[in-house]
Write a protein that binds this ligand. Structure first.
Ligand code: BMA
Length: 830
């Protein structure tokens, strides 16, 4: 049986003649940080100070000592970042130039000093650029000439932190006769439940590598699939187990397993996430078991329906026959130093996404193929994953040495990720087809390659060959062919960026794309995050640290104009600017989603740019670089919930849309009130509504309920089953808000052990009970002002006079009512 030894210990990093202790997996920056050679790049303007780290070569070393009874020993690097030369006892084993691949070297019988010498990624990129020639790029740095996480060279939300190192595990594999080189489960489902009997089919395609002795030997491979995992509960296929055996033709074998009536894997909100364990064992007669491979799989079908219809051509995910409005977010690397990611951190971040009722996560092409831990959590939480191949915002040469690297990398990652049932789409690139058409690339390219051959040729061929049941799209955005503009809203996927760049967020309502794969609005991170990142700085929207932690072109200008369209732009009041920027972000994204969801099924999904951040920065993220939730996160939780009440501004006043994305009908009565700003109800009605599952109803609002057009004193409120929507006929700066007046009281929450108050100094939970005496619009408790670890369970709240709201605060020590009052913000403060 194969033996595996992880090589985590005994590594050192050479720096100016000294040897620093090194962590593997890890990278140069984390080792230099641990040795206090560099300051934290996330703090202040340290990023600029440590730019030198990326500009030089680095050498890691360890003593390699092994002694094995096996025929073969291989040194396996799951990820080398990036341009490396690997030498053992002074002899070069090989060279690498791609952080997204696994590399394997034969070290049978060889021991001694193992050195992994990294060149500067810039040097490598320049070398390749010299071979392929120059290509256009949206960003200044040369990321398209090197297969390394593009955003490590800086992005419009990310710092330039160009690292090097063994960012994924390194191990020795000792084996004899043969090992499993590739295992690909192709999972399909015959006969969906409505058709009567269902059969889950697993076709396992196996490839082996052999030693000389193994060359002629007959091998057998056995596969078993059994119910497993958190979702497989009572009444499920629990306990069932199927097995199959096959022998090899050459180095390949195919096994087929049928699982009768499998429990289906569903996206969250549509059903459970039962997972089945698949085990593949390689054996030969003399030695018995040689190698084992284990993964979890799930039974579901997925189709991306792109067929033509009266509106153009759609883009609708269909899982197990159910058509889905995708409630998505874009995912960027959660840390600009991705070796720091842990399974726990993936789980935290993805659980935050699930808490916001997200059901689809797009792994964006300027980042990485994430660790298996990421996709494991998505499998468990029912988060559909759309995976970009790693190309973003640039023209990419198709010549060697890049072409071979890209093919190898795509093969590695398709094979690695295809067992995950959460994976629903492979996508060729981010914005490159659009870039070719619209960003003036054609002239500088002058006929040179730019990546089209990857997106329309190589990548779809690889997906069809290796992972034939999964949909592939050439790019995002993409209209399906060159016949239509790549970003044509009527066809396929669309990125909506004009609105943030140049317009008021109301303009989201001007079109109904078939699938909005990117759109978003910026806001600064939580105050505690800024305080940590910018120690000692007197914060102002344009203070030096704030500007350094704002990477977007004219980012602050766009933030300010976004605020000024609705509110008086606060001068000299950072806290209010910060609050208003966060309000506008939440409202903007909500406006888009409310509008597009109301147009289901013409529009079949929204993928918010962006869920997360990779350091502390003002950005489009809903969760900031320290993991704190912005008000947008709470707003996503509202607008992505199964049930949503929406008031959409229409030509003749507000239009009510009642969205029901649940699988059961929603029968309710919408209470609608036309109100005066002083709290008087001017007209009211109960509107009975019946909304079918996964559909939208638009009940007519009686005319007497519509606030007078242009009124600065009237507004409309609709409520149903604890949900609320409000409509104000004019912008906030025009509306006659009374100075907000509310009472405040704090109530300690009984602990889980029934212990009423908390012991002194102990972190606790308490409720902030707000009683509105006037209209209070978009009340927000910024819990991080009460304590760096404090969180609140609610975001923006609009209260009518006399209403009470309860906000649960967790993770902070006792505070006073005055402190809470100072952490509360609203649109029209007293
Ligand atoms: C799109 C993304 C990213 C970018 C974002 C915000 O272009 O694909 O490249 O960060 O917009 O500008």
């Amino acid at each position: 049986m194969k033996d595996v030894t992880q090589l985590t210990e005994g590594w050192s990093l050479r720096h100016e003649g000294a040897l620093l202790p090194a962590r593997v997996p890890g990278c140069v920056h984390t080792d230099l940080l641990a040795a206090q050679v560099i300051p934290d790049p996330f703090i202040g303007r340290n990023e600029t100070e440590i730019a030198w780290v990326g500009r030089q070569g680095w050498c890691y070393a360890a003593e390699l000592d092994h002694d094995s009874r096996h025929e073969r020993t291989e040194l396996v690097f799951e990820g080398l970042d990036t341009a490396a030369e690997i030498a053992l006892a002074g002899e070069v084993l090989g060279r690498t130039r791609n952080m997204h691949r696994t590399h394997r070297f034969d070290v049978t019988g060889r021991t001694g000093r193992l050195e992994v010498r990294f060149d500067s990624a810039y040097e490598e990129a320049e070398r390749v650029r010299a071979l392929t020639g120059e290509r256009p790029n949206v960003y200044p740095e040369p990321f398209q000439y090197i297969r390394k996480m593009a955003c490590s060279f800086g992005w419009d939300w990310g710092p330039t932190v160009v690292t090097a190192g063994m960012w994924r595990p390194v191990r020795l594999e000792h084996w004899s006769t043969a090992r499993l080189a590739e295992v690909r489960p192709v999972v399909t489902v015959d006969g969906l439940p409505d058709d009567g009997t269902t059969t889950g089919r697993v076709e396992v395609r196996v490839r082996v590598a052999r030693t000389e002795r193994g060359a002629g030997r007959p091998l057998t491979v056995r596969a078993t699939v059994r119910a497993d995992g958190p979702g497989a509960g009572a009444g499920s296929a629990a306990g069932t187990s199927q097995a199959a055996e096959a022998s090899f033709t050459g180095d390949e074998a195919v096994l087929r397993l049928d699982v009768p009536d499998p429990e289906l894997w569903w996206p969250r909100g549509y059903g459970e996430q039962p997972l089945y364990g698949l085990e593949v064992t390689l054996a030969d007669e003399e030695e018995g078991r040689l190698d084992v491979w284990r993964r979890r799989i799930g039974f579901r079908t997925v189709v991306l329906d792109r067929s033509a219809d009266a509106h153009g051509s759609g883009c609708t995910f269909v899982v197990n026959g159910v058509r889905i409005f995708a409630r998505g977010v874009n995912w960027i690397p959660d840390d600009v130093l991705p070796s720091r990611m842990t399974p726990e951190r993936y789980r935290t971040r993805l659980t935050q996404a699930a808490d916001a009722h997200v059901d689809l996560v797009r792994v964006w092409g300027g980042g990485i193929y994430e660790d298996d831990a990421f996709y494991d959590v998505c499998d468990e939480l029912g988060l559909m994953v759309w995976q970009d191949f790693l190309f973003a915002c640039a023209a990419y040469p198709e010549e060697q040495p890049l072409r071979g690297e890209i093919e190898a990398e795509a093969r590695d990652n398709v094979v690695r990720l295809m067992p995950h049932p959460s994976l629903v789409l492979w996508n060729g690139n981010n914005e490159n087809l659009w870039g070719f058409r619209d960003w003036d690339w054609e002239e500088p390219l002058a006929g040179d390659s730019w990546g089209e051959g990857y997106y329309l040729g190589l990548l779809p061929r690889i997906v069809a060959e290796l992972d034939p049941t999964r949909p592939y799209t050439a790019g995002s955005p993409w209209s399906g062919s060159w016949e239509h503009h790549p970003n044509d809203p009527r066809h396929g996927t669309h990125h909506s960026w004009e609105v943030w760049n140049r317009q008021d967020y109301a303009e989201y309502r001007a079109s109904v794309p078939r699938f909005v794969a990117e759109f978003g609005w910026q806001a600064p991170p939580a105050l505690a995050t800024l305080r940590r990142a910018l120690p000692g700085e007197r914060l102002a929207p344009d203070s030096p640290g704030m500007l350094h932690h704002q990477k977007a072109e004219d980012g602050n200008g766009k933030l300010n104009r976004g605020i000024a369209r609705h509110f008086a732009l606060p001068e000299g009041d950072f806290d209010r600017w910060h609050y208003l920027a966060q309000v506008v972000q939440a409202r903007a994204v909500a406006a888009g989603i409310e509008h597009w969801r109301a147009h289901w099924p013409v529009c079949a999904g929204t993928v918010v740019w962006q869920l997360n951040d990779c350091w502390p920065v003002s950005s489009w993220a809903a969760i900031d670089g320290d993991g704190r939730l912005k008000p947008l996160h709470h707003e996503l939780r509202r607008v992505y919930a199964d049930r949503l009440l929406t008031l959409l501004p229409g030509e003749d006043g507000p239009v009510l849309a009642v969205d029901n994305q649940a699988g059961t009908p929603w029968h309710t009565t919408v209470g609608a009130r036309r109100m005066h700003v002083d709290g008087t109800v001017l007209a009211k009605a109960g509107i009975p509504v019946e909304v079918e599952p996964r559909s939208v109803a638009r009940p007519v609002l009686p005319a007497e309920l519509l606030p007078a057009p242009g009124s600065a004193e009237e507004f409309l409120v609709v409520d149903a089953d604890g949900l609320r929507a409000v409509h104000f006929p004019v912008t906030d700066r025009e509306f006659a808000y009374p100075p907000a007046d509310y009472g405040l009281r704090l109530e300690t929450v009984a602990g889980a052990d029934g212990d009423a108050g908390a012991r002194a100094g102990e972190a606790t939970s308490f409720d902030v009970v707000v009683t509105a005496r006037t209209l209070v619009r978009d009340l927000l408790l910024q819990a991080d002002r009460l304590g760096a670890g404090a969180t609140a369970d609610r975001g923006l709240l609009t209260l009518l006079p006399g209403e009470e709201a309860r906000i649960r605060v967790s993770g902070c020590e006792d505070v006073t009512v005055e402190q809470v009052r100072a952490a509360l913000f609203c649109v029209a403060p007293r």
